[in-house]
Design a protein around this ligand. Structure first.
Ligand code: PAF
Length: 277
């Protein structure tokens, strides 16, 4: 496994790869969710590259950029046994040198949900992923369904800009008690961690109601909120029931539907979703 720090080194390493290249962009502090993407890439491609870069431009003022968890040695130890070929770990200045002024934006799809709560977030994501795609030149790139809006936005970006690669979205990986894996779970106190299972339980409840024939969004959201509000440390930021491809809010469910939500525990925002087909 080769660890490279500069764009020049990454490009040189890429030139040496003759065959398909799978790419998993990450912000590090890897967990089983990331590793499931890397394993899929190894399975589907001749080579796999992973990037570890905490992208400052996708964090808003007052967000957790400076305290975002990191442990490069641990990440490298996790990646080595699953046959990662290249790990790209650039510095902030390497990606955004002084005088940097170019941005990539996807419109409309970035307005609701996370876009409305975190202005500028998706502009940072699409810009850095676009840059990483240009540097790594992957055949396929892998993202997790947990960040459903991000996956949709990046798929649209690749399509609209005729990028010569496939964007692949893979299922959310969960802890045994249902909590979606996230690098930010480490911020939770043990009491918050216990109560956080209400998020996946509320999504299961929504799916059960849908399976029993409920199509009224208000009824489903009401029951989900009731379940979460039983947990004293949980504060609902939003619950959304929207078209899975256009993210337009629905009053009556018309599948495919994305039920997505953010619940806050203290300052930690936990994101989760399911798709009803
Ligand atoms: O999902 C993430 O970790 C980040 O948003 C990504 C895609 C690596 C871009 O910084």
């Amino acid at each position: 496994m080769k660890v490279v720090k500069t764009i020049a080194e990454m490009k040189a390493a890429r030139r040496g790869l003759k065959g398909t290249v799978g790419f998993v962009p990450t912000m590090g502090y890897l967990h089983e969710g990331h590793l499931s993407l890397v394993r899929k890439s190894v399975e589907e491609n001749d080579y796999t590259a992973v990037s570890i870069f905490v992208n400052p431009t996708q964090f808003g003022p007052g967000e957790d950029l400076e305290k975002y968890p990191h442990d490069l040695e641990r990440d490298l130890d996790l990646l080595a046994p699953i046959k990662t070929d290249i790990v790209f770990v650039p510095t902030r200045d390497e990606i955004y040198p002084p005088g940097y002024m170019t941005w990539v934006t996807v419109e409309k799809l970035t307005d609701p949900l996370e876009g409305s709560r975190r202005p500028g977030h998706f502009r940072g994501v699409t810009t850095v992923v676009n840059k990483l795609f240009n540097i790594v030149e992957p055949t396929r790139s892998y993202f997790g369904q947990k960040d459903a809006q991000q996956a949709l936005v990046l798929t649209k970006m690749a399509l609209d800009l005729n990028m010569p690669l496939e964007v692949i979205t893979l299922p959310t990986v969960r802890e045994p008690d249902g909590l979606a894996m996230s690098s930010r779970n480490v911020y939770l106190s043990s009491e918050q961690r216990k109560q956080a299972t209400a998020i996946s339980r509320s999504l299961i409840l929504a799916r059960d109601m849908f399976d029993r024939g409920e199509r009224n969004t208000a009824a489903i959201k009401g029951k989900m909120a009731e379940l979460i509000e039983k947990e004293p440390l949980a504060k609902i930021d939003y619950i959304s029931v929207a078209g899975a491809y256009d993210l337009g809010e629905q009053d009556i469910i018309k599948t495919p539907t994305l039920i997505s939500m953010v619940v806050k525990f203290g300052k930690t925002r936990l994101l989760d979703n399911i798709i009803l087909k």
